[in-house]
Design a protein around this ligand. Structure first.
Ligand code: DC
Length: 211
């Protein structure tokens, strides 16, 4: 069983994907963390995220077992990730890992939940269920600001909103694997939903499509 979950930054897709994986006993892969790790590696090496050679080098040497979860969650790593994610060679370099995870989930799990931007369209076009999670830019910026604030950042909410809009634009307008709902994706807008209500709605969609 493969569940593909896509959507923009801070739409709630990561939290939902994690809860759904636990509920159905599936493995979980946050594919955004791979692009974040590549972006962060480029920054750490002192290079510019627009430098395609440096980004590809970072993608090819990515150690998926040792991603520094704290380092990749900063606003800088987020912005760098969306720059490197627009490069086709970077995407190609991590495509096999994602597909292999979906088809051969670790620890003998009977399937996987993957979240990202192009899971339903490119990585797992044959997924059993596809969800596209959205929320208004303001709601998403507020959620992301709370997260960043909680982890010690003093970034202003207006700046987070500007970053969210810029990232949406870059992710949706890029030529390669742009963020968009697959034709057979179920749309779920979480702007006015608590995580519990969004989870119940997602379970209803998944159970409905599996029966
Ligand atoms: O979901 P996130 O904010 O952690 O993702 C970080 C960046 O990675 C995002 O700006 C777009 C990119 N990304 C992508 O292009 N394709 C994916 N499947 C997942 C993330």
């Amino acid at each position: 069983m493969i569940v593909a979950i896509d959507g923009p930054a801070a739409s709630g897709k990561g939290t939902l994907a994690r809860l759904l994986a636990r509920h159905y006993g599936l493995a979980y892969l946050d594919t955004g963390s791979l692009y974040r790790a590549v972006g962060q590696a480029v920054l750490t090496s002192g290079k510019d995220p627009h430098d395609e050679t440096a980004a590809l080098e970072a993608a090819l040497s990515l150690d998926t077992g040792h991603i520094d979860e704290k380092a990749i969650r900063t606003a800088e790593a987020g912005n760098a990730s969306s720059i490197v994610a627009a490069m086709q060679p970077v995407r190609d370099a991590i495509l096999d890992f994602q597909r292999n995870f979906a088809e051969n989930p670790p620890n003998g799990e009977k399937g996987a939940v993957l979240d990202g931007r192009d899971i339903g369209t490119v990585v797992c076009p044959d997924a059993d269920v596809k969800l596209f999670i959205t929320a208004s830019p303001e709601v998403r910026a507020h959620r992301r600001w709370l997260e960043l604030n909680h982890s010690g950042s003093d970034i202003a909410e207006t700046q987070v909103l500007a970053d969210v809009r810029e990232r949406d634009r870059r992710d949706a307008e890029r030529a390669t694997s742009p963020m968009r709902p697959a034709d057979d994706a179920h749309l779920l807008d979480t702007s006015n939903l608590s995580i519990e209500t969004a989870f119940d709605a997602a379970v209803a969609i998944i159970d409905g499509s599996m029966s």
